[in-house]
Design a protein around this ligand. Structure first.
Ligand code: ATP
Length: 247
């Protein structure tokens, strides 16, 4: 198992946002975490990336206990999360945004004044990633000038640059047109040839199409886990979604 949690729990004062969640993410799969608003999806992601510390429970990655590790250490282990665009430096070019992540991965460290344009391996890797992710925008364009869809691609390029094993995607299709959503589906499929994917998403069609496994949360707890077919036919899931979506 690539990623596993046991009894993962997060309490905020009186509220149990994540309630004894057992997750198992297998190497090579696409797993989705779904659930109504406030179900605990984002909090679970924050626990997995180390942005929040659990109140209880354990997180293991490749069999090792990472429950108390820093976010940066988890990134080094290969857990990389795509935030909704917030990883991007808007005033820097597409190329520079990616190169900063490549630099960090290659151990050069970075600051705004480091001259790295002259290091061929960084430039080569940067261009390779632009090509792999399918960014068609001008690499020398300022990130702030990109369309929403292109920004999401840039965000993914930054994630890929950290050479992850597990890519965590936070609503990858949010704010995208139907056409762009199709492209995201294709991109996630092709990312999955190399990486394990864990995603949070509200778009049920996209989830049913992409997922090998779905974990459904409601009020912080797991109410169903299984293939899209299994989860879609669960009465508890139908109830949690007030009928509708899965029918
Ligand atoms: N820092 C916090 N302090 C207090 N309560 C919080 C905090 N973060 C989240 N919560 C609460 O925990 C519960 C779970 O929230 P969370 O954001 O994880 O749900 P979600 O499934 O991601 O929802 P959405 O689909 O709306 O993004 C909610 O009731 C939320 O109000």
């Amino acid at each position: 198992m690539l990623l596993e949690t046991t009894d993962l729990t997060k309490r905020f004062d009186g509220l149990v946002a994540v309630d004894q969640v057992d997750l198992s993410v297998e190497k090579g799969e696409i797993q989705s975490i779904i659930g109504p608003n406030g179900a605990g999806k984002t909090t679970t992601f924050n626990l997995l990336t180390g942005m929040l510390s659990p109140s209880d429970g354990e997180i293991r990655f490749n069999g090792e206990d990472i429950t108390d590790e820093s976010s940066e250490k988890r990134v080094k282990r290969g857990i990389s999360r795509s935030f909704q665009i917030t990883n991007i430096f808007p005033e820097l070019t597409v190329r520079k945004n990616i190169r900063i992540a490549v630099q960090e991965e290659y151990g050069y460290g970075w600051n705004f004044w480091t001259k790295t344009e002259d290091i061929p391996e960084l430039e080569e890797r940067t261009l390779e990633i632009i090509d792999y992710v399918g960014i068609t925008a001008d690499p020398d364009a300022e990130a702030s000038t990109l369309s929403h869809g292109e920004k999401r691609l840039l965000e993914l390029a930054i994630v890929v640059a950290r050479d992850p094993e597990l890519i965590m995607l936070d609503e990858p299709a949010a704010g995208m047109s139907e056409e762009e959503t199709k492209e995201v589906v294709d991109l996630i499929h092709s990312l999955n040839e190399e990486y394990t994917i864990l995603l949070i998403e509200h778009d049920i069609d996209l989830i049913m199409e992409l997922s090998d496994t779905i974990t459904v949360l409601a009020n912080g707890a797991v109410i169903a886990q299984g293939t899209p077919e299994e989860v879609g036919s669960s009465d508890r899931v139908q109830e949690a979604y007030l009928g509708g979506e899965f029918v």
